[in-house]
Design a protein. Sequence first.
Length: 317
Amino acid sequence: MTSIQLINPNSMFSYPLRGILFCLVFINTSALLTGCTSTSIPVKPRISELYDDKAALVHQIQEIAADSPSAMNRANQFLQQGNKDEALYYYVRALEFDSTNKDALDKIGEIHAEKGNYEPAESAYQLALKLEPKNANALEGLGLIQLKSGRQDEAKQALAAAVNIDAGLWRAYNGLGLIADKEGDYAHAAQYYENALKAKPNTPMLINNLGYSKYLSGDLQRAMQLFNAASELDDKFDSAWLNQGLVHARLGNDTKAIQAFMHVLDEADAYNNLGYIYMVNNRTPAAYEYFQKAISLSPTYHKQANENLKRLDAIDN
């Protein structure tokens, strides 16, 4: 059943307690990245690094494109159909024909990033930036990968460079907001999320992230307004409901907290999560009460609540 972990400060898109998603949800300056200098010498990428296993299989069975434009056309067609492996093959094929094809490199980076292949994605973005240091999409993609891998300072530099070039890159603004929140700079974090919302209005994830930033700053009332707004836009956006439960718990509204949690969780998990919140906030009697309630609702399988009780005993003693 639901397990509970401590919030992970290095997670870009969510801070999962599995049951409790106290969430900043990650998805996507004039100074440029170090090493991203312009050059008149065509960059020769190491093509083998830009394939993955499935794309290599496609390489063996698909028709060979005649030149870079035809490979790009085939790649774009496959991408529109959602066939990312085939698209990746043809983007790399286009790059084999023309090593200065920045569009192919951008797409290769994007596909690998979406597939979780961060090393080849980063290689593609770095190659694109050697060809064109002011490639905003590559800067954004690179910065988001760096943020996911915990390289916060590098990510901050890349994402700031990206939005300086293109103010419509909402994923870059969201990433900058996550970084500012981690640094405790809540005023700047809020501004970044608001800039992201200007570029992509009425996005529940961005509204939720702005709300979480307000929560971190201590503005519980504004945080609740934003979590409510996110769930009104998307009733199935779990993070907003779970964050509403968090705020209700902080305000001592236990019944409302349980109701909010139960939009996402079963009743036993909802009580377990409420007990966890009280445990980490040193409200020991309430924590015991809600862990016991979770166990009584699910005595046969709710192991996590029992483990939390043991942790609570250790803390209390």
